[in-house]
Design a protein around this ligand. Structure first.
Ligand code: ZN
Length: 297
């Protein structure tokens, strides 16, 4: 086999505590590199995500800077969509490596990077609680990694089975169809209809994770950022979150996620136009933001 020397490289993979065994700089004209980008993922000699993380940060900063004029007054919803489009795919590549990574600092590093990029895109303050960031961004590295791992393992196992028995997949599929048909034969038409609707609803739920930023305008970001500031009415250093405002100052405000959820539920009413939805969401959240400003005045 002849390799294209311009498009190939050799990477010597090593256990974490070892150093290079190959001392030369090339093998038959193919360069030996400390890292290489393969199918969108930067792989280094120790199979850590350090290089991919650096790549994600660089790319995220670059994209953010080039679109920041467009971003300035954009809604939380719009900003999350941009993050989904540009940044989320970069994390997808990291999942298989992260899943088998055992070093805690390295695992933390990846999660920190996720928070960093999401804050960059949304302009949420540095002190925003982690749990809120993860809810808003809707990307759970652990869960997603586990899903991918299980899917790949199942694929691999069925492939192995398939090599031994070419009808393996067909047989499984046929069995499944037979079982489902058997179950349906016992149902009345009405029951079958309900059953199908239930299955469809479940499928839809699995495919589309809840978007907690849906319909949330820029004022939603302002609300979160106000509630992560230090309280200027107290003489000691304390974050002015909803709990503090309620217990110390008797000011009752909803948690951002609760408020967003309430807004989303309310505007889901049929017949509401897009403009109406946006203006309803704005009015409802602005009301709460003004309550904080009124308290601070
Ligand atoms: Zn206070």
């Amino acid at each position: 086999m002849i390799l294209n020397k311009k498009k190939s490289a050799v990477v010597e993979f090593l256990p974490r505590a070892s150093s290079n065994l190959i001392k030369s700089k090339e093998i038959q004209g193919i360069p030996i590199e400390p890292k290489y980008k393969y199918l969108g993922l930067w792989l280094n000699q120790k199979l850590t995500l350090d290089d991919q993380i650096a790549h994600i940060k660089k790319k995220s900063d670059f994209i953010k800077n080039s679109i920041s004029p467009v971003l300035s007054s954009r809604s939380l919803d719009y900003r999350k969509n941009l993050w989904d489009l540009f940044i989320r795919p970069l994390f997808e590549f990291t999942l298989p490596v992260d899943f088998v990574e055992t070093a805690k600092t390295r695992k933390n590093n990846l999660r920190k990077t996720l928070k960093y990029t999401f804050k960059c895109f949304t302009k949420l303050s540095k002190t925003t609680p982690d749990s809120l960031i993860f809810e808003l961004c809707g990307y759970d590295i652990d869960k997603r990694g586990k899903d991918i791992y299980e899917l790949q393992t199942a694929k691999w196992e069925s492939r192995l089975q398939n090599w031994r028995d070419p009808n393996f997949i067909n047989n499984i599929q046929q069995d499944r169809i037979n079982n489902e048909l058997e179950a349906f034969r016992e149902l009345t038409d009405e029951e079958a209809k309900l059953e199908i609707e239930g299955l469809e609803a479940e499928e839809a739920k699995e495919e589309a994770p809840i978007n907690r930023c849906k319909w949330i305008p820029a004022v939603g970001i302002e609300y979160i950022n106000l509630l992560t500031k230090l309280c200027s009415k107290c003489s000691y250093k304390v974050i002015m979150d909803t709990n503090h405002l309620r217990t110390v100052h008797d000011l009752h405000l909803p948690d951002p996620l609760e408020l967003f959820q309430e807004v989303q539920k309310r505007i889901r009413q049929p017949g509401t136009t897009r403009i109406e939805k946006l203006s309803q969401a704005y009015t409802r959240i602005k009301e709460k933001v003004d309550m904080v400003y009124h308290f601070l005045a």
